[in-house]
Design a protein around this ligand. Structure first.
Ligand code: KG4
Ligand code: ZN
Length: 345
């Protein structure tokens, strides 16, 4: 529909320079330039390298997205950008580009939360929003269980990881196993050849007392240590079995807690979002368990789970549609923006 807002979204919070364009809930362009190979040499994201790569790529990515969508800059109704959380130098590149663009075009600017954007990308590939939802948000820096009554204004945190994020655990375990960076896709791949029942790795915060005191929190650092100890102390290691067993432990806990949150709140829709939502075992087991528990499951296609600009444009589009106030022209990046703050005014 012509009346739906045409929104451009810019994402630069970590190592992807990305621009997405949507009209309402229709995706028109999604272009990503990644500096991951430069970071792989160091075994993790190097903030200075990420910022420089964003500066080098942003105009090229913007141009490519405009070409892909076959629109011109002047057609755009609003500009959305990840304002946080993320690496401050990296965020600054996106925020200053977006502010300049919005100012130059005379269009509203929406500084949005990267984590809420991960959840909102779901709207591009599914039918009408089914709020309220429980969202299991699992990325490289965050693992949270959220109750979302309105993605543009009401995000309540039910629990989160008290130590490593799920993606961080994948990355750290892959490193000790010599599987390279980023670790999630590597473990996902190797695990396909292993036996997930080979090693019974610990499931953090799932003892009976934990269900009383921390029902919706996660802890993955014990699991990471258990894998490292197992690798040191076991003479004949089958790497695929270790990868599969580790993956099973993490996926099992994520889903146990996500379904417990649905049960406790009476909410019957679960959205899984963030980079780790691309994990094939998480997607498979979520489908099985949600079907058994009669919970409606929504997981974006794997390509839209990891960082991209479409998710930012998607949240921007919802902000416009629900009449939310835009951000000030002097919008500042907030590297530690809480998950409950959907946008900055
Ligand atoms: O959301 P994202 O792209 O960036 C952040 O906002 O952090 O998530 C990146 C994280 C990394 O830790 C990466 O290892 C993990 O998502 N990841 C995966 C898979 N693909 C990416 N973890 C498990 N399985 C995957 N297939
Ligand atoms: Zn992310």
């Amino acid at each position: 529909m012509k009346s739906e807002p045409l929104v451009l979204g810019i994402e630069t919070s970590c190592d992807e320079t990305a621009v997405g364009i949507v009209r309402g809930r229709t995706l028109l362009a999604n272009v990503i330039a990644s500096s991951v190979e430069e970071h792989a040499l160091f075994g993790g994201v190097v903030p200075e390298i990420a910022s420089r790569a964003h500066l080098e790529s942003i105009l090229m990515v913007l141009d490519a997205a405009l070409k892909e969508s076959k629109i011109s800059l002047n057609d755009i109704d609003a500009v959305a950008v990840t304002a946080g959380p993320g690496l401050v130098g990296a965020l600054l590149v996106g925020v200053s580009s977006a502010s300049g663009l919005a100012l130059g075009l005379g269009k509203p600017l929406y500084g949005v939360n990267h984590l809420a954007a991960h959840v909102s990308v779901d709207l591009l590939t599914h039918d009408a929003p089914v709020e309220p939802v429980i969202a299991l948000l699992v990325s490289g820096g965050h693992s949270s269980l959220l109750q979302i009554d309105d993605i543009t204004s009401s995000v309540v945190k039910l629990g989160e990881s008290i130590d490593d994020a799920a993606g961080e655990a994948f990355d750290k375990v892959a490193r000790v196993m010599g599987l390279g960076f980023p670790g999630g896709p590597a473990i996902d791949h190797v695990a396909k050849f292993g036996n997930a029942r080979a090693v019974d790795f610990p499931r953090g915060l799932t003892q009976s007392g934990d269900w009383q005191t921390r029902p919706f929190d996660f802890s993955f650092s014990g699991l990471k240590t258990a894998v490292a100890r197992y690798l040191e102390s076991t003479p004949k290691i089958v790497r695929a079995d270790v990868a599969a067993s580790f993956q099973e432990a993490i996926v099992d806990v994520l889903l146990l807690k996500a379904l417990a949150a649905c049960k406790k709140t009476g909410i019957d829709t679960l959205v899984i979002a963030g980079g780790v939502a691309a994990n094939s075992r998480l997607r498979e087991l979520a489908a099985e368990r949600c079907q058994a528990a009669k919970i409606r499951l929504r997981v974006p296609p794997a390509g839209l789970c990891t960082d991209n600009g479409a998710m930012v444009a998607s949240l921007g589009s919802l902000m416009v549609a629900s009449g939310r106030s835009p951000s000030q022209a002097d919008l500042e990046a907030d590297s530690s923006l809480p998950v409950t703050t959907v946008s900055l005014t």
